[in-house]
Design a protein around this ligand. Structure first.
Ligand code: FES
Length: 174
């Protein structure tokens, strides 16, 4: 009887809960899989939605405080929504003097991607980073983990347009 009761407690109800269950269904309620479960959620949504963490907490019977502690400890996790594509603009001294602020201005003005924020369509998050160790090719824009040097307003615009086209194509094929 006890096992049936436990199952009903963790029964997914909302859309998010069902999606999360799909991600973690093979792991039973093995608490050691917590970080893997959180990584799977981060990977799917690009952040950790509160309702997904609530479900994980119930699903693995782990206090929410512990889960939030992990979420804030590791940089890989985000507790705020992030875009599908992560743009990181280096604002270190070398990149700054070579024109990084102009690139930031253009991304916000021309493409609605504010520095430190996410575009309304949810496609892009633009983060400020400090020296990424490639000063000689500054300004540097890191696009989904790949360093792009000698960045200009024009080149940043081309990156954004290419990723938008890709997203449209994916949406049309879905
Ligand atoms: S200051 Fe930008 S890479 Fe060093």
């Amino acid at each position: 009887m006890e096992a049936i009761k436990e199952l009903s407690v963790i029964e997914p109800t909302s859309k998010t809960e069902k999606e999360v269950e799909e991600l973690v269904k093979d792991w039973g309620n093995d608490r050691e899989k917590l970080i893997m479960a959180m990584l799977a959620v981060q990977d799917k949504y690009n952040w950790l939605p509160p309702d997904a963490l609530d479900y994980i907490s119930r699903r693995f019977n782990i206090p929410k405080g512990h889960i939030y502690h992990i979420a804030t400890f590791y940089k890989v996790f985000s507790l705020v929504p992030r875009g599908k594509h992560i743009l990181q603009l280096c604002m270190g001294t070398a990149c700054h003097v070579r024109g990084a602020p102009l690139v930031a201005d253009s991304l916000e003005r021309d493409y609605g991607i504010p520095l430190g924020g996410t575009s309304e369509d949810g496609l892009f998050t633009l983060e400020r980073v400090n020296c990424v160790g490639a000063c000689t090719i500054g300004p540097v824009l890191v696009v989904d983990g790949k360093h792009r040097g000698n960045m200009t307003q024009h080149r940043a615009g081309a990156v954004v347009k290419r990723l938008k086209r890709l997203a449209e194509k994916e949406a049309n094929n879905a």
